[in-house]
Ligand binder design. Structure first.
Ligand SMILES: Cc1ncc(COP(=O)(O)O)c(C=O)c1O
Length: 405
């Protein structure tokens, strides 16, 4: 049965039974639908947020599984604490601590990936109709997670250095938001990183108006070049809640993420976590700890940084060679994505069908805006394809855009 048949039947069922308004309003994620199209044979996939599978540490994870069973045996297969396995929380607390601020394991909540962390944030911070301030553009998965709790969104004017402080203050005064949601390091989708000044301005405003900042941060450790700015977490004290994940550092299929914050906020997260699913998979938490300890994770990160940096350079060169002055793009110093701006009036969304026919996939940028979509933008993942495919895929893309002009 095709996906459309199922969707039609679901719509009919929604008319008959008394579903929640949240279920009725939840739209299927465009990216998930897109991933289905982009995984057809021969399609060069710049669309999803997928890390490169050939870099997954399969053998080392296998060894870690055996070692966990030998060392922790039944404990690793048992129910465990809602807040998370202590060994893993210790490891994460050490990784996120800095000279400016150190964190204890009591300030870490383990989650089923950072997508579940976003859901938990929605549960604790969004009352129906509450306003969330976002960057412009922002992460689609966060819009989806927060919409479930009936958030309203207001986007703050954003350039390549982060949110514009004057607009942020104006929007805080206008909307009295529940929180400010940002992806300050190698942003998904746009690939930019907030400057030190903008970080300070954000934290100062958060403190002045006593509003929490949710710093969603899957990519900070994937820096290939340039200077690392201070993390919001180190700057912001009680006002910053940071979300992290092993999805892009080890593997997304393991589904382990975390929330870092003051013990008071973590206590609320823990209650929500308990109500949602009792706790995150015990075994996987032990496996990640086993893999990551004694420098294992750092060695792996060094490897993927090197490979991704080469792919980023390859994509940027291919864009320069094929797009010329027709488009502009971000040149990120890390992460997974870059962001293309086509001439005004061009619709990246209208071109997606032609792109799939040319066997290349991307995500139209319009899906990443919480308020005013800009359809002349698109997101490319530069990490998932081989160098050869990056060059070929960018050529195909350029052909699609030229035909559409
Ligand atoms: C900004 C951001 N937040 C959250 C997530 C979800 O990640 P996870 O696999 O940890 O659920 C992603 C994944 O792409 C992301 O880019």
């Amino acid at each position: 049965m095709g996906n459309h048949d199922v969707m039609d039947k679901t719509d009919k069922l929604i008319e008959r039974w008394q579903f929640s308004s949240s279920a009725k309003n939840l739209k299927p994620s465009f990216i998930r639908t897109m991933l289905k199209g982009s995984s057809q044979p021969g399609v060069i996939n710049f669309a999803g947020g997928l890390p490169a599978p050939e870099l997954f540490p399969v053998e080392d994870i296998k060894k870690s599984c055996v070692s966990v069973l030998d060392k922790y045996g039944r404990e690793s297969l048992q129910y465990s604490l809602s807040i998370g396995v202590p060994l893993l929380r210790e490891l994460i607390s050490e990784r996120v601590s800095s000279d400016r601020h150190s964190f204890s394991p009591e300030e870490i909540q383990i989650t089923g990936g950072s997508q579940q962390a976003l859901d938990i944030i929605g549960r604790i911070l969004i009352e129906r109709g509450a306003v969330v301030l976002t960057e412009e553009p922002t992460y689609l998965g966060a819009i989806q997670a927060f919409s479930f709790y009936h958030a309203r969104f207001a986007s703050v004017k954003t350039d390549h250095n982060g949110m514009l402080p004057d607009d942020l203050e104006a929007k805080i005064k206008k909307y009295n938001p529940s929180f400010i949601y940002v992806v300050p390091d190698f942003q998904n989708p746009a690939g930019y990183t907030w400057s030190e000044e903008r970080r300070e301005a954000l934290v100062n405003l958060a403190v002045k108006y006593d509003i929490p900042v949710v710093d969603d941060n899957p990519y900070r450790e994937l820096r290939f070049s340039g200077q690392e700015p201070t993390s919001l977490l180190a700057m912001g004290g009680q006002h910053v809640i940071q979300l992290g994940t092993f999805s892009k550092l080890i593997s997304p299929g393991l589904r382990i993420g975390w929330i870092v914050g003051d013990p008071e906020i973590i206590a609320l997260c823990e209650r929500m976590k308990q109500a949602a699913d009792l706790h995150t998979n015990t075994f996987t938490q032990y496996v990640i700890h086993e893999f990551a300890k004694d420098g294992g994770l750092d060695r792996h990160i060094a490897k993927i940084r090197k490979a991704y940096s080469i792919r980023r350079d390859t994509m940027i060169k291919a864009l320069r060679d094929n797009f010329g002055a027709d488009a502009t793009w971000t040149e990120p110093e890390g992460g997974l994505f870059l962001w293309i701006k086509l001439p005004d009036g061009t619709s990246a969304n209208d071109m997606i069908q032609a792109a799939l026919e040319a066997r290349v996939a991307y995500v139209p940028g319009m899906y990443f805006f919480s308020e005013r979509p800009d359809d002349s933008t698109l997101r490319l993942n530069f990490c998932n394809a081989t160098e050869e495919n990056i060059v070929e895929g960018v050529k195909r893309l350029a052909g699609v855009f030229k035909n559409a002009k």
